[in-house]
Design a protein around this ligand. Structure first.
Ligand code: SF4
Length: 65
């Protein structure tokens, strides 16, 4: 298992700018809760799921099996 940044530098830049503006909360969600703080619960659950391979919701990270 490996977590990588999206190879598209433009997407990484945009999402990181969004994270800076929200103080570290997921820029693609409205709620500001511990579940939406990056790395959010959704992605942490995807990391924990041995069968999941793919991007996080914002496409900042890619999880490889
Ligand atoms: S979707 Fe990705 S960028 Fe957004 S909070 Fe979750 S891990 Fe971070």
């Amino acid at each position: 298992m490996k977590i990588e940044l999206n190879p598209d530098a433009e997407i990484v830049k945009t999402v990181k700018e969004g994270l800076q503006q929200t103080g570290g909360y997921c820029p693609c969600r409205r709620e500001r809760t511990p579940e939406t703080k990056c790395m959010c619960k959704e992605f942490r659950d995807q990391i924990a799921d041995a069968d999941y391979e793919g991007f996080c919701h914002c496409m900042l990270y890619y999880k490889r099996k």
